[in-house]
Design a protein around this ligand. Structure first.
Ligand code: CTP
Ligand code: MG
Length: 181
């Protein structure tokens, strides 16, 4: 695969995992997932992980995957790249895994004494990718193997932190997010 095709494919397959974080920022608020409970004197997850944000994030990612399936043929001719089709299991696994990764990262941040909103370089940028990929590998193993070839995986690991920093900086500029990370 050419570098161009690799990058387009990487972005296409990860879109359903990228959107949930941003949708959660827009929808967030209300009751926190941990119900305000603490563990060892610190919040289990913190007020930044809410039911509304999580649910909306997963639904938004699912809707994006379904929309990409509708657009697949048009996108293949527009980009000139043979783009994959999302099976139902991947439609759910990519966004659910992304949200789970973000939640696990908050758990790790609280355990290491970081307050809500504190930055944790690399964990903040890659938590959701690693868990989205892991959950998808379990939920749709054959599709995962066909789709996430080594070059696509490499492109995802390099491009995701950059994209994440860029979109969060934009959300911060627009006052949607409290911190630029
Ligand atoms: N959000 C949410 N539910 C989630 C994830 C995010 O409601 N599962 C919303 C919250 O309003 C949160 C915002 O999106 O404040 C930004 O997300 P994030 O940066 O992940 O949370 P932080 O507030 O920075 O908290 P943490 O330190 O735990 O990451
Ligand atoms: Mg944050």
């Amino acid at each position: 695969m050419s570098l161009y095709a690799t990058v387009v494919t990487a972005m296409w397959v990860m879109l359903p995992a990228y959107v949930p974080n941003n949708a959660a920022v827009l929808a967030g608020g209300g009751a926190p997932l941990d119900g305000g409970r603490t563990w060892g004197g610190r919040r289990i997850l913190g007020d930044g992980k809410t039911y509304r944000g999580t649910l909306f994030g997963v639904l938004a990612g699912f809707a994006v995957a379904a929309a990409l399936d509708v657009l697949q043929r048009a996108a293949i001719s527009a980009f000139g790249v043979s783009l994959p089709w999302f099976p139902f299991a991947a439609m759910g696994a990519l966004p659910a895994g992304a949200m789970l990764g973000d939640i696990l990262a908050s758990f790790v941040k609280r355990r290491t004494g970081r307050e809500r909103g504190a930055s944790f370089p690399l964990l903040d940028q890659l938590d959701f990718v690693v868990v989205a990929l892991a959950v998808t590998a379990v939920a749709a193993p054959a599709w995962f193997g066909d789709t996430f070839t080594l070059d696509v995986l490499l492109a995802i690991l390099v491009l995701t932190p950059l994209l994440h920093l860029l979109t969060n900086a934009i959300a911060y500029q627009f006052g949607l997010k409290d911190e630029p990370w």
